[in-house]
Structure formats: C-alpha cells, structure tokens
Write a protein that binds this ligand. Structure first.
Ligand code: PHB
Length: 558
C-alpha cells in the first residue's frame, strides 16, 4: 500500500503536501532538493539552473554544492555541478536494507538469460513503481529504465498489481495527482504522454485480480511488459517481477503466451528464496560511527562554506543498510555518533520528505531514497569513474595518465588525461597494445593464476628491449604480481617509460590498470618508483573506492 509519507506529488507539483514540521532541518530539505534536481537533470546541471529550479538563493546553492563536494557526493567545476559515484552509497543503503536485489538479483539474471529479454524488479512507491533491479540485455530496446527510476503506476505492468492493495485514501491521492499533474511531470523517467491511458481501476479489476499486469505500449510505443507479483512470506507483495519485450518480437497476447508460465515459475522460486532467507531484523555492526566527528572537524576547517546540518542529516541515511533495515532513534544516534536531538530532527525531516518512514519506534528507508541521484549514476562507466581521478593525478605529477582494460591478450585504452607538455606521449582512446610489452598489460597478466600468466600469442620484439623469452616474461609477471606494480622501460616503444598498477573490483579482481607514461629522459627508473608509485597507488585506491560503491548493485561497463 502506498505510504502517505512517500507520496510523490508534494515536491514536484502544486498539489498541497503535509505542512513542514517545526523541527524540520531547513538546510537538509534544501540540500535534498538540490540532489533531486541534479538527478532529474541527468546528473549534471549548472548552478544557475539549480537556482532557477529550486528557487533557492545563489549563495545557498553554492554552500550546498560546496558541502556535497566535500562529502564526495558531487563535483563542482566552474559553474557546473556533477553528481559523483560516492553519492550512490545513499541509495545503496536502501537497496542493502531491502535485501531484494541481493536475494533475487541472481534469479532475475538467470530468467533474463533464459528468455533473452530484459527482466526487472520493481517496488511500489506512492502511486508509482520504482525499479530496484534491472538486467541489461544486448538487444536494443527503445527505452531501458535504470535502478531508481520511478514510473506512474497507471502506465506500467506492475502498477495494477500494487494498486490492488490500495485503500480509498491511496486512490484519492492517485486521482489528485492525476488531476494536478496530467502530463506526468513528477515522473521525469517516463516519456510524456498526452492521450488517455486505460483506466487503472479497470486494470486492477482485471489484471490485478488475475495476478498478471500487462503494459501494452503504455509507457512507450513499441514497449511491452508483463509483470507478476513476488510475495513476501507474510503474503504482501515484496516486489513485481517484469519481463520486457518489444512489438518487433511480440504482441501483448503472444508475450503472455510465450512468457507468463516461465515468469510465474521464476516468481515462485523467488518466493521460496524469500521464505528461506534468514530473518534480518537486528541491528548489527555500526557502519558509520565517527561521521559526526568528521562533520564537526570539517565545519571547523571550512566554516560558513560547509553546512554541517546538511552533512549530518544525510549521514543518517547511511546508518541503515544490510542487517540494519530498521533502526530506532537510539540506534541511529549510536551508528552516526550524532546527538539524539540532532538525529531526531534529521529523521523528522527525512520522514517529512518521504525518504524515511516509521512504525512505532523504528524507522526504515523508503524507495524514494533512490531519487537522490541513483538513476543518473547507475549507468556510470569505469572510464567516467576514473577520469576525474586521472586528472587529479596528472595535476600532481605533470605526466599523462591512462586507464586500460584487457581485451584478449591485448590491452585497450579506455580513459586518458594528457599533460600539455610538448613532448608528451600521444595515444588515443581505443588504442590496443599487446599486453606483454606494456606496463598496464603486465599488471593485468600478473592478475591471472600463477602458471597461467603467459599470453597465448607469439612474443614479438617491438623494440630491441622487448622481453620475448617466455621464461623471462613469466619470471617478470610473477614479480609484478608480488610487488603490485609493473615498470616497463622502452620495451613497447623506444624512449617510452611507464609505470602501472592494477585497479581492482569489489571481489579483488584486476578489472583495469592505471599508468603514467613519460619520455625516459623525464625520470630515472628509481625516481619513477620513488615519486610516482605512491601517487599511482593513491589514485588506484580512489578509483577503487568509487568503483566498489557504484558496483555494489549495478554492473559497471568497462
Ligand atoms: C512497464 O512498462 O511496465 C515496464 C517497463 C520496463 C520494465 C518493467 C515494466 O523493466
């Protein structure tokens, strides 16, 4: 049933929302408005557009932006604000507490594989549906929704399944929203639709009762979706499982015929997984302790440029998570290190905005937490994650830095920041080199199991110095694995010296490598190791920190 406190229209339309409680923390409300606007704008927005869309003063927007930048949630360059991958930790807190992506994601992936169609999981959010898991298929679809996207219930397959549980007041709020926002502006992910859609009450009577929702091009021409409920052990709908196709492959009728029984079977397996999953009710392990200390110290350092109540309020969201789905005020205060009164006001504010809901004395996050930039960030690629860190490295070392990924026995450059130095080495994105002769390649080969590190290709000399003896290369790769970096001196190209370190994903696998390359006259081999290696390692660690947050519930394209 939609929760009164997660009702969508109050922020985006003129429909009157509940009055602001007197304890609400103003800076937290304004900061959240900025995050939502930046997310709705696709993750990058000019500060003056933010002033216009939020109605806040320029000086307020600047202070909010500076505070988020300090928290690592945004980057500010000139007049632009860009959401940063670290912000995904807020949405991750909700997804981890929800547990559905972790428990059901692998079954959804398997179903997508079997059907060769996109599959998603969505939860009800007010009078909308919000995606909490998405599989991506190679197939081109006109539209692919992202984790965190919100769609109006009446234009989706899961909508009638959720609306079957609405009470009279939920229906009244839905009608009110339809009247106040006929073109659906409070659903930025949904393509606008001006003509009428089939009556939701009729669909509930038909599809809701039969337990299968059908979207026959309601959200977009060409897009077909079929949804079934996945029930929690207590009988309530935990989420909807959807399979999505296209009119080029199916009609609504053929989609049902071809997929419904298999999708129902998968939902049954999901329900079994939910029944067997151990209960997760007791708060365990404090995740965020010390955050209050960090905000105080930062306030001391930055003064008026840092809005401490905003930083503290957002910190409250990250107190929730895996094994911590429901917290009392005391548990929130303990986890964050905030005073109870501070934590309480933050919770009241977050509840007012619909990001937190409470039953009795316990609080939990709502799906609306995902509106804080998650969709825009959930498609971030590894090169996008790496580039700002490469740029910071280049500013420090004054040599060009690159990122490469393995492609067979080659490496391929996927991100690069060059210096303006005249003699700089010039390599463009997409360039491939044989892994055995390049520093980044050696780091990636060294990540393979011992005994399997040699590339399965002929080792040709690229310069007079290229190592081509298999035994010698094996010994070098073992050494690289041991020391965690590779230095390659004029083996790829005469006059080129480079130093590389691995970039590891959350499982510890080297998914990419990072290097600094320079003319050999720039630094001796010893200077490279002494001066550059610590900088490279710090950069790799910063990229990995972002990668682990961004990759927790989404697959990061390399
Ligand atoms: C829908 O339009 O109902 C729909 C679209 C995409 C999904 C699921 C449902 O992944």
């Amino acid at each position: 049933m939609p929760d009164e406190k997660t009702w969508a229209p109050e922020e985006k339309t003129s429909a009157p929302g509940p009055a602001v409680p007197p304890e609400a923390v103003g800076p937290l409300m304004r900061g959240i408005a900025v995050l939502r606007e930046a997310g709705d704008a696709g993750g990058r927005v000019s500060l003056s557009d933010l002033v216009r869309s939020t109605g806040l003063a320029r000086s307020t927007v600047d202070r909010i932006a500076a505070t988020f930048a300090r928290m690592g949630y945004v980057r500010v360059d000139g007049h632009w604000l860009t959401l940063a991958p670290r912000l995904m930790e807020v949405g991750n807190a909700y997804l981890a507490a929800l547990r559905l992506p972790a428990l059901l994601g692998p079954l959804a992936e398997r179903l997508a594989e079997e059907l060769d169609e996109s599959v998603s999981l969505a939860v009800p959010d007010g009078d909308g549906i919000r995606f909490v898991h998405q599989t991506t298929r190679r197939r081109t679809m006109s539209l692919v929704f992202r984790i965190g996207d919100l769609l109006p219930a009446e234009r989706t397959a899961p909508g009638p399944l959720f609306a079957a549980d609405w009470d009279a007041s939920a229906w009244a709020r839905w009608r009110e929203r339809r009247a106040a926002d006929p073109s659906g502006t409070c659903f930025p992910a949904a393509p606008p639709r001006v003509d009428e859609v089939p009556d939701l009450e009729e669909r509930v009577a038909d599809e809701g009762k039969r337990g299968v929702g059908i979207d026959d091009q309601l959200i977009e021409p060409g897009l077909l979706a079929l949804a079934v409920p996945v029930r929690a052990p207590d009988g309530t709908i935990a989420c909807a499982l959807s399979a999505v196709s296209h009119t080029s492959r199916h009609s609504a009728a053929s989609l049902r015929k071809a997929l419904l029984s298999r999708v129902r079977e998968a939902a049954g397996e999901m329900e079994r997984v939910l029944r067997q999953a151990p209960a997760d009710r007791s708060p365990a392990g404090a995740p965020a302790a010390g955050l209050a200390d960090w905000t105080s110290a930062t306030k001391q350092e930055l003064g008026a440029g840092f809005v401490e109540s905003l930083a503290r309020g957002l910190t409250v969201l990250t107190a929730f998570g895996e094994h911590r789905p429901e917290l009392t005020l005391t548990a929130v205060a303990d986890a964050t290190g905030l005073a109870r009164a501070t934590a309480r006001r933050a919770l009241i504010t977050l509840e007012h905005l619909g990001h937190v809901t409470s039953t009795g004395r316990t609080f939990r996050l709502t799906p609306r937490v995902l509106a804080l930039g998650y969709p825009a960030l959930s498609r971030t690629t590894l090169p996008e994650i790496a580039t700002p860190h490469l740029a910071a490295l280049v500013r420090r070392v004054h040599d060009s830095a690159s990122l490469a990924v393995p492609v067979g026995e080659d490496i391929q450059y996927t991100a690069r920041v060059a210096t303006t130095r005249i003699m700089s080495v010039n390599i463009s994105l997409g360039t491939r080199f044989p892994a055995y002769a390049a520093s980044m390649g050696r780091v990636l080969l060294a990540d393979r199991e011992p005994g399997h590190r040699l590339p399965a290709i002929e080792l040709k000399p690229l310069t007079p110095r290229t190592t081509t003896d298999p035994a010698q290369l094996t010994a070098l790769l073992d050494q690289v694995a041991e020391q965690g970096y590779a230095l390659v001196d004029e083996e790829l190209e005469e006059g080129l010296r480079s130093l590389a370190v691995p970039v590891r994903d959350g499982t510890g696998r080297a998914v990419a490598a990072l290097n600094v390359a320079m003319h050999s006259s720039r630094r001796t081999v010893e200077e490279c190791v002494r001066d550059l290696l610590p900088e490279l390692r710090a950069t790799a660690a910063a990229i990995e920190a972002d990668l682990h947050i961004a990759g927790r519930f989404t697959r990061i394209p390399s």
